[in-house]
Design a protein around this ligand. Structure first.
Ligand code: FUB
Length: 334
């Protein structure tokens, strides 16, 4: 049964927030049971600090949203998982994702553990709208933030994850957590996102996380100083015409960009920008095919007048060129 159900109208072409009664961010969109389901972060107000560590993103729960069609009202199915019901987590329920396998819906989410280290947890349920029951512990071997789970046509599932700065990815370069570790120098290869194959029950890593390589058109690794192209956070994987598209946020330059490869674990060749900067510091997205159209789900801070920890999910249609490149989505930062 849906709880706390609310409806708002939305207008895809005008890119209005899909809901306005709560702040939402980091949308992971999927088609389940013939509908669009969106798994966002639930942004909240608070009196705490705002800093590069991301303390302003103090989220405590997840709501699941759905739409029967791209121009239908968006339904809020209420709280699907609250941090008080996650035994290992202490704070900051950041960008989640969801997947369907084994007749079960899985919600993957990052949060800080009791030691303040970001880990990735999994919760499961029988409905795409939740509720979800969290596992007792975080996924063994997990770290950092922004899990995105891709189930390939052969049934193998992959988790992509990792984020710089508050997301702590720099601190794991040796394989264990080093609180003072910094990222590579500007002329060195940038840190890539991590990828792991998931076990068949979706509850653990089948293969140890390994770093993904993103190269430029000449095959050279994108460097850490190349802030228009280097990986920052928010990975997403989708498949289009047999190719694997890894898209992500560039963080400091506030773009959504993408790279293309022949294998889900890479390497990937940088291709271009999908979305120019939006209002707000962060930018985070997902790409989904629904009713024979492709859509970009993203967020901005327009509804709150630019307050970046109070963001709103929007979406727009995405178009491909004949050669498989993605057409840039322009923004007006309003
Ligand atoms: O919402 C908290 C963090 O902000 C996410 O995990 C990042 O991707 C950024 O959107």
């Amino acid at each position: 049964m849906d709880t706390n159900t609310k409806q708002t109208t939305n207008n895809a072409v005008q890119n209005e927030p899909i809901v306005t009664h709560i702040y939402t961010a980091d949308p992971s969109a999927h088609v389940f049971e013939g509908k669009l389901y969106i798994y966002p972060s639930h942004d909240i107000d608070h009196d705490g600090p705002t800093n590069d560590n991301g303390d302003q993103y103090a989220m405590e729960d997840y709501h699941v949203l759905s739409m029967d069609s791209a121009d239908a009202p968006c339904v809020d199915h209420g709280v699907a998982l609250h941090i008080k019901d996650v035994p290992w987590a202490s704070q900051q329920m950041w960008a989640p994702d969801a997947a369907f396998k084994n007749d079960t819906y899985y919600l993957f989410f990052p949060a800080r553990d009791k030691d303040g280290i970001f880990r990735i947890g999994v919760a499961s349920g029988t409905s795409p709208s939740g509720p979800f029951k969290a596992e007792e512990n975080y996924m063994e071997g997990s770290f950092s933030i922004d899990p995105a789970v891709f189930v390939d046509e052969d049934g193998q599932s992959y988790m992509y994850f990792g984020g710089l700065w508050g997301g702590q990815l720099e601190k794991w370069q040796t394989g264990s957590f080093k609180p003072d570790a910094e990222g590579p120098a500007a002329n060195e290869p940038a840190l890539g996102p991590q990828v792991s194959q998931l076990s068949d029950d979706m509850l653990s890593f089948k293969t140890a996380p390994r770093e993904i390589l993103i190269v430029d058109e000449n095959g050279s690794p994108i460097t850490a100083g190349d802030e228009d192209r280097r990986y920052f956070e928010g990975p997403w994987m989708h498949k289009y015409n047999g190719k694997y598209y890894l898209s992500y946020s560039t963080g400091t330059t506030h773009k959504l960009v993408y790279a293309v490869g022949d294998h889900p674990e890479g390497p990937f060749v940088f291709k271009g920008t999908i979305l120019n900067p939006v209002l707000g510091w962060t930018t985070h997205h997902s790409i989904v095919e629904f009713d024979n159209k492709w859509y970009l789900f993203y967020h901005d801070a327009s509804l709150s007048g630019g307050v970046d920890h109070k963001r709103s999910v929007k979406f727009t249609e995405l178009h491909y060129n004949e050669d498989g490149t993605i057409q840039l989505v322009e923004t007006n930062k309003k």
